[in-house]
Design a binder for this molecule. Structure first.
Ligand code: CP
Ligand code: NVA
Length: 310
């Protein structure tokens, strides 16, 4: 049994194995319909319990399909309907019950400490479905999407992020170290990645490139990523923050500064005003393929967690 909490803590060779498995499985089920089960039903009889303390569309649906396509089932809990959510039951006791009733636990929460505590008390795998510091299932799936579209290892590509230093970027930074790709980040000075993540990159003898000028950040990019300027439950002065990002909007003009053939645009969704409709809905954008790939990669993440990855 293995947890899937932060890309930083997962060996690169395991991440590579997950991507390879997802690639095989995606091809093999080309002719199957949505709820048909993969050959061999590797997670037959297994229950994945999902709990969301924050909104979700894609993560909820993709985990539902992922476990179903592997032959298992899922149950989604709303934290405010649990004793834990009302403050009346401890994480330790809740975790004990989840471990007795279920086989895996997927958690989306506003507290990294809570993910850690669940990992401490659960005897079943916990998967981080987004926390303040990390969105690992999203970013591993994004690596898969980039390689699928570009048909080459991500280590041979220039990846660029234009936007806030948030959970998705933290996971992308972790991925840049694990998969050895060049990552350029464009953001206002005030919203640069934090000291901790930068120190972690340094400790791993790697580099990330930070620019406070969006045009410089996108130069030479094969892939341009973005995300909302205001994340879920972001407790900042929203107006001020949006104003600080006014020169970081991704429109066709900014895309053209990559000066590279075939630059693509990716975004984890939901979107805000950080990208123009023309780019988001345009030819260079692959956001719908990106969203659907989460099903395929999360299936292989589940198999990894359940110790069933071939
Ligand atoms: N990208 C993503 O995680 O979407 P949801 O918040 O809808 O799950
Ligand atoms: N950074 C965003 C990602 C949403 C999927 C958030 O935390 O709201």
């Amino acid at each position: 049994m293995k947890h899937f909490i932060n890309l930083k803590d997962i060996p690169a060779k395991d991440l590579r194995k997950i991507i390879a498995d997802a690639k095989k499985r995606k091809v093999l089920r080309k002719k199957l319909s949505t709820l048909e089960v993969d050959k061999g039903a590797p997670l037959k009889g297994k229950l994945l319990i999902q709990m969301f303390e924050k909104s979700s569309l894609r993560t909820r649906l993709s985990f539902y399909l992922a476990i179903k396509q592997l032959g298992g089932g899922t149950l989604t809990l709303r934290s405010n309907e649990l004793h834990l959510g009302q403050g009346g039951e401890s994480i330790a006791d809740t975790a004990k019950i989840l471990s007795t009733y279920g086989d895996g636990f997927m958690l989306r929460t506003d507290s990294d400490k809570k993910v850690e505590n669940f990992a401490k008390y659960l005897t079943i795998p916990v998967i981080n479905g987004l926390s303040p510091s990390s969105h690992p299932t999203q970013v591993l799936s994004d690596v898969f999407t980039v390689e699928e579209i570009k048909m080459k290892p991500i280590s041979k590509l220039n990846i660029c992020w234009i936007g806030d230093s948030n959970n998705v970027l933290d996971s992308l930074i972790a991925a840049s170290v694990k998969f050895s790709f060049k990552l350029s980040i464009g953001c206002p000075k005030k919203f640069e990645p934090g000291k901790e993540v930068r120190a972690w990159v340094k400790r791993n003898n790697k580099k990330i490139y930070i620019y406070n000028d969006a045009k410089k950040a996108v130069a030479g990019a094969d892939v341009i990523f973005s995300d909302k300027v205001i994340s879920l439950n972001d407790k900042v002065n929203k107006k001020k923050k949006i104003q600080a990002f006014k020169d970081f909007k991704i429109d066709e003009k900014l895309m053209s500064f990559s000066k590279k053939q075939g630059t693509i645009f990716l975004h984890c969704l939901p979107r805000g005003d950080e990208v123009s409709d023309n780019v988001f809905l345009g030819k260079k954008s692959h956001v719908w393929q990106q969203a659907l790939n989460r099903v395929h990669v999360q299936k292989s993440i589940l198999l990894y967690c359940f110790g069933k990855l071939r």
